[in-house]
Design a protein around this ligand. Structure first.
Ligand code: ATP
Ligand code: MG
Length: 217
């Protein structure tokens, strides 16, 4: 088996916030994914390369071993289920929360108390399904791929389940957070076979990530 390591990252905040952790492991990505169209990026270490994939595809690449390790949000991992993945480190980056939000003026508590059937629009159907099932609330889930905030404004749904950081997007669209589902941060995920077969190469990187991420806690 080759000793080359492949790290799966998504463009944007995960890439940006992982760079200092890589730096702590002595690894520098030598190309900028925002400027290059390349999906495979070299690093200063000839044995380490970075692949750029969709945030929600990171667990899939790592699960099947196309990447040895990757960085994914807890939101994405919760939807994926985590099969075939070892999740050794909370990197304490890309922090936000998963919440239920509704239009200002929609009485969520009352709707829940009355046992109303709620229409909920979300990208996170599995997380939403589990959350409302645990509360005993009946929901019709509507799968969306983005701009969830629009759904209650145009009558597509009564509520949304989405990520919130400052709350400014919700406020700008006349929505309010009514329930907090979970705290979100990104995790390091490692392919279980790679962890055994490439342990010698992986271990020092995992240790450097662990030390550097504790500083973000
Ligand atoms: P795509 O753009 O491919 O649909 P995405 O919107 O999920 O994917 P990002 O916005 O880069 O991609 O989010 C990547 C991860 O960062 C999310 O899975 C989540 O864990 C975290 N995240 C998302 N939004 C925020 C935010 N506002 N603040 C902090 N972390 C966030
Ligand atoms: Mg986004």
């Amino acid at each position: 088996m080759s000793s080359q390591l492949t790290l799966a990252l998504s463009k944007g905040r995960i890439f940006e916030e992982t760079l200092p952790l890589l730096e702590a492991a002595g690894i520098r990505v030598t190309e900028d994914p925002e400027k290059s169209r390349k999906l495979i990026l070299a690093t200063n270490d000839p044995d380490v390369r970075v692949i750029i994939v969709r945030a929600s595809d990171v667990p899939t690449y790592v699960q099947y071993g196309a990447a040895d390790f990757g960085v994914a949000g807890k939101d994405v991992l919760h939807e994926h289920g985590g099969a075939g993945l070892y999740q050794p480190i909370d990197l304490n980056i890309a922090k936000c929360r998963m919440s239920v939000a509704v239009s200002v003026g929609f009485d969520y508590e009352n709707a829940v108390r009355q046992g109303a059937r709620l229409r909920v629009a979300t990208k996170y159907t599995e997380t939403a399904r589990q959350h409302f099932a645990a509360k005993g609330v009946h929901v019709d889930l509507i799968k969306l791929y983005g701009s969830m905030e629009l759904a209650p404004l145009v009558g597509l749904s009564d509520a949304i389940v989405d990520l919130v950081s400052t709350g400014s997007t919700l406020r700008a669209n006349n929505l309010v957070e009514v329930e907090h589902i979970m705290e979100i941060s990104s995790r390091l995920v490692v392919n279980q076979a790679a962890l055994k077969l490439k342990r010698e190469r992986l271990q020092p990187i995992l240790e450097a990530f662990d030390r550097a991420s504790k500083a973000n806690a």
